[in-house]
Design a protein around this ligand. Structure first.
Ligand SMILES: [Zn+2]
Length: 174
């Protein structure tokens, strides 16, 4: 029996479904952001909810930056990964409210960004407006300067470290 075809009411079906949800989360943890291939959609916190509805997986997905061209790619990657894992025809619901916030990036996600050379967002989105002190992901120095509000993508700003002189991307706070 395929995971998506479990019948409600069957003895043990509930436990099986819960097990399948854990498996689906594990599949999602392997779906990487196309722009930053070291962080998964789970690290980014964009999968807000996952449950069964009418025999199919139902996901609530909140895209990162609105208008980010990666959104379509991410949704298609999510669908493909789940189908390959045996979850037939998962339904994706795009929810824009509340808007995604960098606060939703997990601790593991922040660590992975730093290891990849991207400074993770500092502080809380609620404190937006105050200039963040951004640490260099290469050497850890706080002596950094903003070069450009736009780095390799619109979601990032370009900084340079005054200590090791390396430029780096900073994942902007939202
Ligand atoms: Zn540095």
């Amino acid at each position: 029996m395929r995971p998506g075809e479990l019948i409600a009411g069957d003895r043990g079906a509930r436990a099986l479904r819960d097990g399948d949800l854990s498996r689906a989360w594990a599949v999602l943890a392997e779906v990487m952001d196309p722009e930053v291939p070291v962080v998964s959609v789970v690290d980014l916190g964009i999968v807000r909810d996952l449950d069964w509805r009418a025999g199919h997986l139902h996901l609530v997905v909140t895209p990162t930056y609105s208008g980010c061209p990666a959104t379509e790619v991410i949704e298609s990657d999510i669908r493909q990964a789940l189908e390959q894992a045996g979850f037939a025809e998962p339904a994706l619901e795009r929810r824009l409210t509340p808007a995604w916030s960098t606060d939703w990036i997990s601790a593991q996600g922040r660590e992975r960004l730093r290891a990849y050379g991207i400074a993770p967002p500092e502080g809380s989105a609620n404190l937006r407006g105050a200039a963040p002190s951004v640490c260099c992901p290469q050497c850890g120095s706080a002596d950094t300067e903003l070069l450009s509000q736009f780095g390799s993508t619109a979601c990032k700003a370009l900084y340079r470290c005054r200590a090791c002189l390396e430029p780096f991307d900073y994942f902007k706070c939202l």
